[in-house]
Design a protein around this ligand. Sequence first.
Ligand code: PLP
Length: 443
Amino acid sequence: MSELSAGAKANDLEAYWMPFTANRQFKANPRMVVGADGMYFKLSDGRDLLDGIAGLWCCNAGHNRPRIVEAIQKQAAELDYAPAFQMGHPKQFELASRLARMMPGDLNKVFFTNSGSESVETALKMAIAYHRARGEGQRVRLIGREKGYHGVNFGGMSVGGMPANRKMFGSLMTGVDHMRHTHGIEGNRFSHGQPPNGAEMADDLERLCELHDPSTIAAVIVEPLAGSAGVILPPKGYLERLRAICDKHGILLIFDEVITAYGRLGSPFAVNHFGVEPDIVTTAKALANGVIPMGAVFVQDKIYDAFMTGPENMVEFFHGYTFSGNPMACAAALGTLDTYEEEGLLTRGSELSPYWEDAVHSLKDLPNVIDLRNMGLIAGIELEPRAGKPTARAFEAFLKAYEAGLLIRTTGDTIALSPPLIIEKSHIDFAFGTLRDILKSLD
Ligand SMILES: Cc1ncc(COP(=O)(O)O)c(C=O)c1O
């Protein structure tokens, strides 16, 4: 009998290598979640923890939602799996049609993945293959942006611009370059919503076009609002200008909406919110409310159509995952969309946004707060780093918030908040009251 089956190691923390976690610190002082309902996690010590980050920006409808639970239970008993290649099942088509109707403009074709990282890889491959299919096979370069986060696979990591996520992994993909980021622009601190300055930062794309020749560039990928690097909002006019430059040079524009899609900004997608239509949109996270892993890539009709040539018995795009559009994920996503629609969650952020914004900016007078940023139901609270100890102050805030019953997330010295969209004003009061006390207490 193995040690594990004898129960000897059932609670041993050693075997699991945790992702994006300080493993040794965690294992010395574990923070264990054992249940969740509505706005709260239940901890192993019996305490409730207000979820200030929707899990990881994914549980937009909150936790333990009946529609989603029922949909999964029913699906598991009806059709557990269907082969993803050369076979289909009805819920894939229903979900794709429904998503295409929700998404504005020509973004009417939907490809399913299982994560944000996979959505990004899919989008990058589509972009390069699209140009090749149209006879512009020299367009192979990909442009990202400094401070960008596009997941952890090689393509996404290469176009991403977060040094810590790149430095340990060798030379990454070739043929990639980066525009400058838009963080910390003079006059933008403590802006309410979109910052006023910096639209001209989009012209950095022209610099790269000049350097590489635009005819070699396949696509530009940006997060319309960057979350992982610390909640960086697009300056007014910036996304419009990127769109115009891409149009001028025949470059595809990809919006990585892995955190912004499905209501986070107060609109269904950033595409609606900013009124700028890219050629490709990547999504994941809140598509199935974080309950079952799922991602979706939206492409304009012209991209899909470019592949639909050649003999009809041939596979048109040599790409896909065993779990693309699997029945359980589709059922969870359909239950999620039902919940979003019935409860008006995809636009609830815009109703609550003024209250949220006031709460965010009420922290302005506190020590070490050097910037506050907000949009929809997102907040970025940037703290002055401690001398010689970057990230320490924010991480201490995280631990103190956890003790006080509030889950926040930190990246660098920025605290990020992105609660479930079912949040009530009383939760907002608790979250910001708690943060106020914590920030006052930090040296
Ligand atoms: C903009 C963006 N793209 C991609 C990803 C990667 O998603 P996943 O962790 O599901 O692979 C994330 C995750 O936070 C993200 O914020």
